[in-house]
Each structure stands twice: as structure tokens, then as C-alpha cells.
Design a protein around this ligand. Structure first.
Ligand SMILES: Cc1cc2nc3c(=O)[nH]c(=O)nc-3n(C[C@H](O)[C@H](O)[C@H](O)COP(=O)(O)O)c2cc1C
Length: 210
């Protein structure tokens, strides 16, 4: 029987922990880990790596904060600045991939998704209002992400901008997942499974050679 190298106080479920070889249970456990990433800032799942396709066609990745998950909709949410490279990239090609690896449970989860951009609409407005004032202030920065600057600029403070000044730069990204893949590392044999949702929402699940 496989054992998990997690701390005793951790209750985190791993889809791959040797307790289950049931694909459905594994999928539910994977979603639970991702949901915990929204609630728990210390969770590995709080900071996914997000990949997109840059305008010259090369892959590009970055860390974001996971802000929300809706399992029934298969959607994940994160925030970004509309002045960032990824915003332009997603307007051209909305396909994204997300990656998590939690070494404490030897678990990698990879997602393939389509990103939907929300700027200055009701969903963006609700996400903006739910954000911390400090986070909102960042969007009022004079220079957009990636702009060349003479010196690293100081973060905006309430002296420089009103808390809502940056709303026009704020973008809520809703990523709808169509593939979830998990990999659990186990000396006696790694376990890898893939879950694909068709356009009509039909789920197919299968084991893969690791
Ligand atoms: C811990 C951490 C959290 C971050 N969270 C976000 C985030 O939620 N949204 C975001 O757009 N960038 C976030 N960033 C910055 C991005 O990783 C990236 O540097 C920036 O968005 C510019 O990426 P781009 O040029 O590919 O658009 C974060 C970086 C780190 C290290």
C-alpha cells in the first residue's frame, strides 16, 4: 500500500494516494485539491502556472493566484492586468493550460482550458469589488506589466491613486476546463489518468501509461 509523505495534520486528499483506483473518485479528489487552493493561501494549488501561446507562437508561462473554482461549470478564475502580454495573447488565442505540482503528495495536475476575458462588465465588477484594496491599487500602476522602465517603480499607494482608479485595467479570466490530467508518483508504478469533456459536457475518463 502506498503511503503519503504528507504531514499528519494535513487532511489533503490525493487522487493518487493508493487508497483509490477509482477514476471518478480520483477526479473528485483532484477538484477538491484545486478548490482548497482557492481557500488556502499556503496550498500549492493557490499558485498555478498558467501557459498561453505568445503572439509569435511560442509557449509562455507565468504564476497567477487562483481566485475561484466552480466544479459544476469546470471553471477556474484568476485576475490579470489588461495591459499584460497574456491579455493580448488570450484575445488572439484563448487556449490555456494550467499546471500544479504538490511534492508533499507527489501529485501533478494539468488542465487544458479556454480562457474568457472580462473587462468592465458585471462579472469583472463583482470580482473587483471582492478584491482587497491593496490588490485593486496595483491596477492603478502608471506602467503596465512588461513595460520598460528606467528604474523599478514603487507600488502605488493611496497617496498616488484612488482605490478604484485601476478598474479599467482589471481583467477577470474565467478558464473553462476541457481536460484534466493527473499523475501520482509511486515507486511501484506511477499512476496517470486523463479526463476529457466533450463539447456537450460528456466526460470520458481513462488510465494512461505514465
Ligand atoms: C506568487 C505570484 C503570484 C502572481 N499572481 C499573479 C496574478 O494573479 N495575475 C497576474 O496577472 N500576474 C500574477 N503574477 C505575475 C505573473 O507571474 C507575471 O509575471 C505577470 O502577470 C506578467 O505576465 P505576462 O507578461 O505573461 O502577461 C504573479 C507572480 C507571482 C510570483
Amino acid at each position: 500500500m502506498a503511503t503519503l509523505s504528507k504531514k499528519p495534520e494535513q487532511d489533503a486528499i490525493s487522487p493518487f494516494d493508493g487508497q483509490t483506483l477509482d477514476l471518478k473518485e480520483g477526479l473528485n479528489a483532484a477538484w477538491t485539491l484545486i478548490e482548497e487552493g482557492v481557500r488556502d493561501r499556503r496550498s500549492i494549488f493557490h499558485l498555478p502556472t498558467v501557459a498561453s501561446i505568445s503572439v509569435d507562437g511560442s509557449p509562455t508561462i507565468r504564476t497567477v493566484v487562483l481566485r475561484g473554482v466552480d466544479v459544476s461549470e469546470r471553471s477556474l478564475r484568476f485576475h490579470t492586468d489588461r495591459r499584460s502580454a497574456k491579455f493580448l495573447e488570450l484575445t488572439r488565442n484563448p487556449r490555456i493550460a494550467l499546471h500544479f505540482y504538490d511534492a508533499s503528495i507527489k501529485t501533478q495536475i494539468r488542465l487544458e482550458a479556454v480562457g474568457e476575458l472580462h473587462v468592465e462588465d458585471s462579472l469583472a465588477s463583482a470580482a473587483w469589488k471582492a478584491s482587497q484594496p491593496f490588490s485593486r491599487l496595483c491596477y492603478a500602476a502608471k506602467f503596465g506589466p512588461g513595460e520598460e522602465v528606467a528604474m523599478p517603480p514603487a507600488a502605488p499607494t493611496p497617496k498616488d491613486a484612488e482605490i478604484d482608479d485601476g478598474f479599467g485595467n482589471f481583467c477577470l479570466v474565467i478558464a473553462t476546463v476541457h481536460r484534466l490530467e493527473w499523475l501520482y508518483l509511486e515507486a511501484s508504478g506511477h499512476r496517470r489518468a486523463a479526463f476529457d469533456w466533450a463539447k456537450d459536457g460528456t466526460l470520458s475518463a481513462r488510465w494512461l501509461a505514465p
